[in-house]
Write a protein that binds this ligand. Structure first.
Ligand SMILES: *Cc1c(COP(=O)(O)O)cnc(C)c1O
Length: 239
């Protein structure tokens, strides 16, 4: 890090970006007739230095999104503890133990095997873990997430786990996909809500990133995950 970057004054662009995102979110809420909805803005932290993340927290960010277990472990002690942390990246079953006590929610649950391991460790740690079920809404071979048509079944089976609580759905619509994909996700989210599955709440629809968060808000998202538009372009690939 250069000495210049050390002064918080140099992070001013993050504040400007944050203000613009807040403005756009408010605009989208007004435009799409959702004036009273609370839409959470998550700061996605992959490759971003803790100093910048803490600066963003000082400006009002209260939710962080972590993609990688290793990177999170190396940075978590440097974070301002006033923000909550969600895990949003692909999570291997054997890595749950490294994050279970440091995140308030895991957004990327896409198999019963993973949910069972989260449950096992939650029981052991005497807690209930909130999760979202990640849906591979674009049916992309390279993406994680449960197949769209298998989502309901997975939600139902996870609901049987005592110490895991399903709070909603997460999706990454393919870049450039049609609006129908966003709407399909919204409909799934609503229909699961209407099923009144015991122990399942559809409180969070996590959808929308730097390039499509306004569109996602149009289609019911209430948690947008923003990296690039907040912190600038990532220095290396941040999948
Ligand atoms: C990187 C990432 C984001 C943020 O992407 P940007 O386009 O930089 O805003 C959101 N969600 C997930 C799961 C990500 O991995």
């Amino acid at each position: 890090m250069s000495p210049l970057e050390n002064s918080s004054g140099n992070f001013q662009y993050i504040l400007e970006n944050y203000k613009e995102i807040c403005y756009n979110v408010e605009n989208a809420k007004a435009k799409y007739a959702r004036p009273d909805d609370n839409i959470q803005i998550m700061a996605v932290t992959k490759t971003v230095e803790p100093e910048k993340i803490n600066f963003a927290i000082k400006q009002g960010i209260n939710l962080l999104g972590e993609n990688r277990v290793q990177e999170f472990i190396s940075k978590k002690n440097l974070y301002d503890k006033s923000a909550q942390v969600h895990f949003i990246g692909h999570l291997q079953t054997n890595k749950v133990k490294y994050i279970i006590n440091d995140v308030s929610l895991i957004q990327s649950v896409d198999s019963f095997k993973l949910a069972s391991e989260i449950n096992r460790l939650a029981v052991k740690n005497n807690k209930t873990m909130d999760v979202l079920v990640e849906v591979n809404v674009g049916d992309e071979a390279t993406k994680s997430g449960v197949a769209f048509n298998e989502c309901v079944e997975l939600v139902k089976s996870i609901s049987q786990l005592e110490n895991v609580s399903v709070k909603g759905l997460m999706a990454i619509p393919p870049i450039g996909c049609g609006e129908d994909v966003f709407e399909k996700m919204h409909e799934l989210y609503q229909s699961i809500g209407e099923m009144n599955i015991k122990g399942v709440n559809m409180d969070i629809l996590s959808m929308g990133m730097s390039g499509d968060y306004e569109l996602a808000i149009k289609h019911g998202s209430n948690l947008v995950r923003i990296g690039t538009k907040l912190f600038g372009a990532r220095k290396y690939f941040g999948g």
